[in-house]
Design a protein around this ligand. Structure first.
Ligand SMILES: [Zn+2]
Length: 123
C-alpha cells in the first residue's frame, strides 16, 4: 500500500472519517502519523502504511474547563491520549472515560470553530 504516501494530515482525517484509518510504520515497528516522512524514533525513512487498530486504550485524560478562544464554546470537555497499537492519538473523549477505557476513533468537530478533530468513543 503506497497510496497514502504523500498524504497530509487532512487526508489522514479523511481516512479516519471513512473508517479507513492508518498509521505509518517503520521497519522497526515504530508508529507515526502523517505528514511524517521520517520515523521520529529511529530516523528510518522507509515508512509503510499500516491499518490503524480498531480499538485503542485511553492512557491519560484531562477535563478542560478553561479553553483557548478557539474552543471557548466547547468547555468543559475531556481530552484524552489513547494508544492504538504503536501510535498515540490525542482527541476529545466522552466525559466518563477512564485510564484503560477501550475506545474507537471517529471524526468530530469543534463546537466553536467547526474544525475537525479526533473524537474517541467508548467501545
Ligand atoms: Zn523507527
Amino acid at each position: 500500500m503506497s497510496d497514502h504516501e504523500n498524504a497530509g494530515y487532512d487526508e489522514w482525517l479523511d481516512a479516519i472519517a471513512g473508517g479507513d484509518g492508518y498509521f505509518l510504520e517503520c521497519g522497526n515497528g515504530h508508529g507515526s502519523l502523517p505528514p511524517r516522512r521520517i520515523c521520529p524514533e529511529c530516523g528510518a525513512t522507509d515508512l509503510e502504511t499500516t491499518p490503524l487498530p480498531e480499538a485503542g486504550t485511553v492512557e491519560t485524560y484531562t477535563v478542560v474547563h478553561v479553553a483557548a478562544p478557539s474552543f471557548a464554546d466547547d468547555v468543559p470537555y475531556t481530552t484524552a491520549v489513547a494508544k492504538f497499537g504503536p501510535v498515540r492519538l490525542t482527541g476529545v473523549a466522552d466525559d466518563d472515560v477512564e485510564v484503560g477505557t477501550d475506545v474507537s476513533v471517529k471524526i468530530g468537530e469543534s463546537e466553536t470553530t467547526g474544525d475537525r478533530l479526533l473524537r474517541f468513543e467508548r467501545r
